[in-house]
Design a protein around this ligand. Structure first.
Ligand code: SAH
Ligand code: TRP
Length: 331
């Protein structure tokens, strides 16, 4: 489905039948001994709003640290690119800075891709108001499956492809490298890939970021059960689960889980499935990997990307790296 306005176009590649994906993920994930649901299902309209609220919590440093880097180094990061392709774009806060550093003019273009149609349309609307020369071609889709739907460049100018917010850390190592590899294939010589990664640091700082005092992250995590209840006609008692976040020091990632506070039985009508939770049993909903420069370098290399720069914030909490396709140093 495509819909055209004057300078905003949005292609939707998720539609009816897409609930099937959630259904398959929930069926696979809740019938395993260690229960798990993948994180892309967090982002219904309410989930996207809650995520934006997480970014404003005092404990959630990644957004502020990454913003500091983007703000200070924007023109260096975008170079002479005229198009920004942003994967998992969400709210347009970061795009605004990168697009703002590009030369004004007819070729300035924003290509956001996100699973959340509401967040994407809102972002497109806001940016078009602020930057009247901008054109937007949004893609509602899953970056694990729909990178081939990203429109090609309108002219020979270089492009920036961005994956920010530490989103790459939400994938386990194998999938992470596969995703980076498919991103590498989007790049032509002269294009660059800007990746935001959170860095390894004091576990107390990390754990607080995923368990804010106001309980916004807890609400975000628990909202996943509302999504399953609504989309798959399930009857999770959301009050019978609590938010858990801890830093796994060996694997260097945060795990987010939902813990059953008492025994509960859940009926999932759309799957004809009954699932039992023992008291204290946990369901994993997300990992968020933290990086060292070495780990970052080796992941990029394994994906066929040539790391050119690592920029960090003054407190060394977060890194924004610039890489390009191997064997094309120009640009
Ligand atoms: N880039 C923003 C948002 C990060 S939150 C920032 O840096 O603050 C992660 C975003 O990725 C959300 O907007 C979510 O809807 C989107 N997302 C998560 N999984 C996705 C997937 N598989 N495909 C496309 N978008 C996805
Ligand atoms: N990409 C974000 C991160 O890893 C996503 C995120 C932040 C998140 N807080 C969360 C996901 C809480 C689930 C629950 O930092």
């Amino acid at each position: 489905m495509t819909e055209a306005a004057t300078d905003v176009r949005v292609d939707v590649h998720l539609g009816p039948g897409e609930e099937r994906r959630l259904a398959d993920d929930v069926l696979d994930g809740l019938t395993k001994p260690f229960k798990e649901i993948p994180p892309k299902h967090f982002y219904d309209a309410r989930g996207s709003e809650l995520f934006d609220a997480i970014c404003e919590q005092p404990e959630y440093y990644p957004t502020r640290s990454e913003m500091a880097i983007l703000t200070q180094r924007a023109s260096q990061l975008v170079g002479d690119a005229t198009e920004l392709v942003e994967l998992g774009s969400g709210a347009p806060t970061k795009a605004r800075i990168l697009l703002g550093a590009m030369t004004e003019g007819a070729s300035r273009r924003y290509i956001p891709l996100d699973v959340s149609e509401s967040a994407l349309r809102e972002a497109a609307g806001e940016l078009i108001e602020e930057l009247p020369d901008l054109s937007v071609h949004g893609v509602v889709g899953d970056f694990e499956r729909h990178l081939d739907r990203i429109p090609g460049p309108l002219n020979g100018d270089p492009r920036v492809v961005a994956l920010l917010g530490g989103t790459i850390g939400n994938f386990p190592p194998g999938t992470r490298r596969r995703l980076l590899r498919s991103i590498a294939r989007l790049l032509r010589p002269g294009d660059r890939f800007i990746l935001g990664t959170d860095l390894v640091k004091d576990p107390r700082v990390i754990e607080a970021a995923y368990d804010d005092a106001a309980g916004v992250t807890a609400d975000f995590n628990l909202n996943l059960l509302n999504v399953v209840n609504r989309e798959l006609e399930a009857n999770f008692d959301v009050g019978a689960f609590e938010h858990v976040a801890f830093f796994d020091r060996r694997r260097q990632w945060v795990e987010m889980r939902l813990r059953a506070t008492r025994a509960s039985t859940v009926w999932i009508e759309a799957l004809d499935l009954q699932v039992e939770f023992a008291p204290g049993e946990e369901l994993r909903t997300e990992i968020s990997a933290k990086f060292t420069p070495d780990r970052l370098r080796s992941d990029l290399k394994a994906a066929g990307l040539d790391l050119r720069q690592i920029l960090t914030d003054p407190e060394d909490r977060f890194a924004v790296s610039v890489s390009g396709p191997v064997g094309s140093r120009a640009g």
